[in-house]
Ligand binder design. Structure first.
Ligand SMILES: Nc1ncnc2c1ncn2[C@@H]1O[C@H](COP(=O)(O)OP(=O)(O)O)[C@@H](O)[C@H]1O
Ligand SMILES: Cc1cn([C@H]2C[C@H](O)[C@@H](COP(=O)(O)O)O2)c(=O)[nH]c1=O
Ligand SMILES: [Zn+2]
Length: 256
């Protein structure tokens, strides 16, 4: 969206006890001093040192994480804010220049191997103008924690992060859970269990591969409830032991 000048630093909304009052008073005079150094007119152009925000959206595959991310980012554009969308360049399922939901909704993005490349790719002048940063497939970014800290704490950005909380073994995936202590909000979405239609909290891998990172969609993964996650593990293990299949055979193929 168009670059919108940030509103001037608002007066602090309330005073709490005497000690807090002194703190708030000190903050106000420091801010006034900073603005006065810039001169009257220019002071209105000072980008308010507003604190940023971090919002985290997690859940299994097909839970609607990317859908929720795109909705939030589009809403920010509608409010006149400037947004930038980033995804991992590891996810090449639907091409590298867009974030795409499982329903086919898409939005242009930057595909990066690391988040730290973003400033360089975008250029510092353009980065300064960005108000909102959306990150999809966050489980693939090893530098997620440091990037979110800097973007929200120091640069005042609103950062919206979508990613898997758990991998196919239900272990924490990448650094997604590490940013929970940094977050203003954390939302766990659910999908529908492919086997019974109940709420799905987990992602079952249908194939025998055991590496954590394996790009794929409904061909490799399905969202399941707790009962069918457990049942699925039994079937996959039995398949592996009884038929001694190699890692790429799907359970379905084995059961033919
Ligand atoms: N078993 C399922 N449960 C829920 N949604 C599903 C399922 N299978 C396919 N979908 C579709 O996937 C969409 C969510 O896609 P997306 O937002 O990309 O999810 P995520 O980013 O969490 O993987 C849903 O709106 C729905 O149309
Ligand atoms: C469970 C699990 C998933 N992945 C991969 C598979 C997909 O490419 C993405 C997740 O996509 P979505 O937007 O959440 O649908 O991650 C993986 O590499 N390892 C896993 O254990
Ligand atoms: Zn189920």
């Amino acid at each position: 969206g168009a670059l919108s000048p940030r509103p001037p630093l608002l007066s602090l909304p309330f005073r709490r006890g005497r000690a807090a009052g002194n703190l708030l008073g000190a903050a106000r005079s420091a801010s006034a001093a900073a603005q006065s150094r810039l001169g009257g007119g220019a002071a209105m152009d000072v980008r308010a040192a507003q604190s940023g925000e971090i919002h985290v959206i997690v859940g299994p595959m097909f839970a609607g994480k990317t859908t929720a991310l795109l909705r939030r980012v589009q809403a920010e554009v509608g409010s006149g804010r400037t947004v930038a969308l980033i995804k991992s360049d590891k996810d090449n399922r639907y091409g590298l220049d867009s974030v795409v939901t499982h329903d086919g909704t898409k939005m242009e993005c930057w595909a990066l191997s690391e988040l730290s490349n973003f400033h360089e790719k975008l250029g510092m002048e353009a980065y300064d103008k960005v108000d909102v940063i959306g990150i999809d497939e966050a489980q693939f970014f090893d530098d997620l924690y440091d990037f979110c800290c800097k973007a929200a704490d120091r640069d005042g950005k609103i950062v919206v992060v979508a990613g898997l909380d758990g991998d196919y073994k239900r272990k924490k995936f990448g650094s997604v859970l590490d940013i929970v202590p940094l977050a203003d909000s954390v939302t766990k979405l659910t999908a529908r269990c492919e086997l019974c239609g109940r709420r799905a909290f987990f992602t079952l891998r249908k194939t025998q591969e055991t590496k954590t990172e394996l790009i794929g969609g409904a061909d490799v993964y399905m969202p399941v409830c707790r009962q069918h996650y457990m049942d699925g593990q039994v079937v996959i293990e039995a398949t592996r032991v009884v038929l001694g299949l190699d890692r790429s055979t799907t359970t379905a193929q084995a059961l033919k």
